[in-house]
Design a protein around this ligand. Structure first.
Ligand SMILES: Cc1cc2nc3c(=O)[nH]c(=O)nc-3n(C[C@H](O)[C@H](O)[C@H](O)COP(=O)(O)OP(=O)(O)OC[C@H]3O[C@@H](n4cnc5c(N)ncnc54)[C@H](O)[C@@H]3O)c2cc1C
Length: 472
């Protein structure tokens, strides 16, 4: 992998050398960097750090602590997730030289189908490109056939190792500070001191307890319980019934937030978000007619694999300190979408800071925190977007208007598809919430929506195209 060209310039070299000269909290030749967690955030960080350091001729030693091999099927080998990699992230990764091979991409997604009680509508990729990737985070569901190449996380971890990182197949059990440097101890008693410790543990382990040391003024992110399961249908049935679309549900079910079904080879993955998510909410969702009619014969098959992972819903407080930084889910992530993209952004900002500026609290505050802050501010806007979505979800009049407007946009070739692009970017994570909100504030958007709400409420207003050709 080559370093991004912007980091190769003389200015970058000078800044790097200056940082290494003037600060005691700067990485030097031979410095040791510990990364706890080999999910996307830990691997992205390592890949960027080593490439950037290489561009400056800086020799770093990186240890990634990750007990998982990502080769076991089922939850033990997996970092529980819907596995959607947005089109913008696929492109950004390709620009960085990180290409996802066909063995990792289970399915290219070219459209979304929005299912509601007042009709379904297909939203085609705005650029008509099949760029969204559906991946497994482990080696497939519990009941899947063993495959040669493991999923997304293993692919990135192998890339990190090929860049020169050492993958330590152990859990980090404790972190203590010795002479101002972090020391990581593993269950077998082995201990290593580092010049920089990067925490990329996500929010689904007890790892946050490692940092109760108040000196860092770090507070863990707030999280919410979610539900993920896989259904085994066979590749032919998946192709025939779910096609190459992600299926999103806007249903008026109490406590239900977001729900989506993603086709992946011979399985489909269901992800549910909601308030106080429990078995009752899952059952209510699976019992709804809109969900049942997606499956062959209207019958929901048995679950092949399921889990209730947590998701980051509110940024950690001060996810940095002297010689320590929290990235990915354990720090800040975009609300309800593009978690892998957030891991990419925060990992890159942390790596850039460590190589070109330094590893002190002040360095991270000035150069790393702005990337986190941008996500955090966007999450405030996201709450407005989800507030509006919530209103639509619980008002059949509004739902009719939304479905009608989208269906008409999709039927018109060359239409600028205002509602379609808003829905597409809300579901895919391809654009920040700020951009989505801006688009809804253009004067023609509320006018068109109001017109479609009124027209959809009239007898023969053409709102409902239930079950027919997805709004085409
Ligand atoms: C229901 C659901 C659906 C989602 N769908 C999507 C989606 O479709 N697209 C998307 O982009 N994002 C999605 N996300 C979010 C995405 O899963 C996360 O944002 C992303 O995995 C964060 O990456 P990470 O590397 O920060 O953490 P993780 O992926 O959680 O990785 C953390 C790693 O740290 C390791 N670890 C933990 N503790 C220790 C320790 N003490 N020592 C050593 N290693 C340790 C773990 O084994 C793990 O491998 C979804 C999340 C949920 C809950």
């Amino acid at each position: 992998m080559t370093a991004p060209s912007s980091f190769l310039g003389p200015l970058a070299r000078l800044r790097g050398r200056a940082a290494r000269r003037d600060g005691s909290l700067a990485l030097q030749d031979g410095s040791r960097v510990g990364v706890i967690g080999g999910g996307p955030a830990g691997s992205f960080f390592t890949i960027f750090l080593l490439a950037m350091a290489d561009s400056l001729g800086l020799d770093l030693r990186v240890d990634i602590f990750e007990p998982r091999f990502f080769t076991h099927r089922g939850p033990a080998g997996c970092n529980h997730c819907g596995g959607i990699v947005s089109e913008s992230l696929v492109q950004m990764l390709a620009a960085e030289g990180i290409n996802l091979p066909p063995s990792v991409v289970q399915q290219g997604i070219d459209s979304y189908i929005l299912h509601t009680d007042v009709g379904d509508v297909r939203i085609q990729s705005p650029r008509d490109e099949k760029r969204i990737a559906a991946v497994y985070r482990g080696n497939g569901p519990r009941e899947s056939e063993p495959v040669e190449v493991a999923g997304f996380d293993r692919h990135l971890l192998d890339l990190s190792a090929s860049q020169g990182a050492r993958v330590v197949r152990k859990m980090a059990q404790s972190v203590e500070w010795i002479d101002g440097r972090p020391r990581v101890t593993c269950p077998d008693g082995s201990a290593t001191d580092f010049d920089l410790l990067v925490v990329a543990t996500g929010v689904n382990s007890q790892a946050m307890n490692l940092f109760s040391d108040a000196a860092h003024r770090f507070a863990a992110p707030a999280t919410q319980r979610t539900f993920i399961c896989e259904f085994r249908l066979g590749a032919d049935v998946v192709r025939a019934t779910f096609g190459t679309s992600m299926h999103v549900f806007l249903l008026d079910i109490p406590r239900l937030g977001f729900a989506a079904i993603v086709p992946k080879g011979e399985f489909v993955t269901l992800c549910l978000l909601g308030d106080d998510l429990d078995e009752t909410l899952v059952e209510n969702f699976l019992r709804s007619a809109e969900v049942q009619r997606c499956f062959p014969g209207g019958t929901i098959p048995p679950l092949a694999c399921h889990c209730y992972p947590r998701i980051n819903v509110e940024a950690a407080t001060r996810p940095f300190g002297d010689r320590i930084v929290w990235i990915g889910d354990s720090g800040v992530a975009r609300l309800y979408k593009d978690g892998i993209g957030s891991a990419y952004r925060t990992a890159k900002a942390a790596a850039k800071t460590a190589v070109f500026s330094g590893v002190s609290t002040e360095d991270f505050r000035r150069h790393f925190w702005p990337a986190c802050r941008a996500l955090d501010v966007d999450n405030m806007i996201a709450r407005v977007v989800f507030g509006v979505t919530h209103l639509i979800q619980h008002s059949s009049v509004l739902r009719r208007g939304v479905v009608r407007m989208t269906a008409r946009e999709q039927a018109q070739a060359g239409s600028d598809g205002q509602m379609s692009s808003v829905l597409w970017d809300t579901f895919t994570g391809s654009a920040p919430y700020r951009d989505i909100l801006k688009r809804t504030m253009r004067p023609q958007f509320p006018v068109m929506l109001a017109w479609n709400v009124i027209a959809g409420s009239l007898p023969f207003g053409g709102a409902s195209r239930r079950g027919r050709n997805h709004g085409e």
